[in-house]
Design a protein around this ligand. Structure first.
Ligand code: FAD
Ligand code: DHB
Length: 393
């Protein structure tokens, strides 16, 4: 068995793990990232697209803003569409904040480039990661790389290995609680070579279900449709997708730009929180600890908020102060439940629900939306959450 020694062992080389590693490196804290998949796979995953105001400031303050500011799209608001009308919410005017459209794939590419420039790349294609001795001050992560067995000796282990990772499961079942809710729908998402048909995102409630018009660049549109969670993508040829988007997003005098679809998938929806987010020397961050339904784009941003606070806690720990680290789990669980509230609220307001009360519920949603767009207080409430809760980095 080969031994590697570091200060912080990070399991998972997604956005949470790579960003934490980058932030720690910048603060002089030695760390190693262990990633199950190969590098190209981690870049290819098409996921989130909206970065909150403070998340972008954090990335920029840590040397990750150059391409983001050049190629990203700064959006000062969103559109909400229902009952055949589109309403603009102007976040800048309401609360003086904005968001950026910049794909998670691009954030990961920038992080990988920064790691390579620093000479601190993640270790890819590792297998069987097992965090052990977590109740001590000398935890280890055992893993396999090629034919070789390794032990990573560290002061702390961070589980940033997503919802399907193993870190959370290293906490004894008696010491953790999982709160979970499944939804009876998912999102069919596409990427298309088509100029975005709107200046800013359009969230639409329609009798046939939710639709979202988003984008990645002036040439690439990202669009979503509410579908059953187990929907077979084979049942959705490109023509059917565009026709359905036309129905749900259509307005008189407005046309949806079509183009070649180069990626399509169905994502089920889930709410999940695992508590606590710390067990001894193990800290959980990002999707390893919490998942939200995607309406409102909070998943990636929550992962960024977790690792920002974790960096601060670890820096203070090595300076002799454990207060932030000791409060990490409570602080981030409170944030996770606030985010859970916003994502659930947006999801319930904008999706179609089946069952005996479906028509009643749809009318309640229309009432809710009508009040929302007619009240600056209600719009500011949405804007405050959408542009992001404070990130304590
Ligand atoms: P992940 O991105 O899941 O990264 C975890 C990493 O750990 C992965 O690289 C994985 O390979 C690695 N790993 C897993 N197990 C192990 C192991 N045993 N050993 C070592 N490494 C391991 N959010 C939004 O805001 N908007 C969206 O539109 C959106 N769409 C999404 C679509 C999909 C299909 C999914 C799954 C998520 C989506 N999300 C979206 C959520 C958002 O992408 C996540 O919140 C974000 O990726 C969280 O980052 P993370 O680093 O915590 O986890
Ligand atoms: C995107 C995803 C979201 O969940 C959302 O609320 C807005 C945009 C996107 O992928 O572009």
């Amino acid at each position: 068995m080969k031994t590697i020694t570091t200060q912080v062992g990070i399991i998972g080389g997604g956005p949470a793990g790579l960003l934490l590693s980058h932030l720690l490196h910048g603060s002089g804290i030695d760390n190693v990232v262990l990633e199950l998949r190969d590098r190209d796979y981690t870049v290819q995953r098409v996921r989130a697209g909206v970065l909150e105001h403070d998340a972008v400031e954090l990335l920029a303050a840590n040397g990750l803003g150059e391409r983001l500011h050049r190629e990203g799209l700064r959006h000062g608001g969103i559109h909400l569409q229902f009952a055949g009308e589109r309403h603009h919410l102007d976040f800048e005017a309401l609360i003086g904040r904005h968001v950026w459209i910049y794909g998670q794939q691009e954030v990961v590419k920038d992080l990988i480039a920064a790691h390579e420039a620093n000479g601190t790349p993640a270790r890819y294609e590792i297998a069987d990661a097992r965090p052990v001795d977590l109740e001590t001050d000398h935890p280890r992560v055992l893993f396999t790389e090629g034919d070789e067995q390794y032990e990573l000796r560290c002061d702390f282990v961070v589980g940033a290995d997503g919802f399907h990772g193993i870190s959370r499961l290293a906490i004894p079942p008696a010491d953790r609680v999982a709160y979970e809710r499944e939804y009876d729908f998912g999102w069919l998402g596409i990427l298309a070579h088509a100029a975005p048909s709107s200046d800013e995102l359009v969230y639409a409630l329609h009798e046939r279900g939710f639709a979202l018009l988003s984008m990645r660049s002036p040439e690439i549109s990202r669009l979503y449709l509410q579908v059953p969670p187990d929907e077979d993508i084979a049942d959705w040829p490109d023509e059917r997708i565009w026709d359905e988007l036309d129905v749900r997003l259509g307005l008189p005098g407005w046309t949806l730009e079509r183009g070649e679809i180069f990626d399509k998938s169905v994502t089920p929806m889930r709410s999940f929180v695992s508590a606590p987010m710390r067990h001894g020397s193990l800290f959980l961050a990002g999707d390893a600890a919490h998942i939200v339904p995607p309406t409102g784009a909070k998943g990636l941003n929550s992962a960024i908020a977790d690792v920002a606070l974790l960096r601060r806690g670890l820096v203070e720990h090595y300076a002799g102060d454990d207060a932030t680290l000791d409060a990490y789990s409570d602080t981030q669980l409170s944030r996770a439940w606030q985010t859970q509230y916003f994502s659930t609220w947006m999801t319930r307001m904008l999706h179609s629900f089946s069952g005996p009360d479906a028509e009643f519920d749809h009318n309640v949603q229309l009432g809710q939306l009508a009040q929302l767009v007619s009240s600056d207080h209600a719009k500011a409430h949405l804007a405050e959450f959408y542009t992001g809760l404070p990130i304590h980095g």
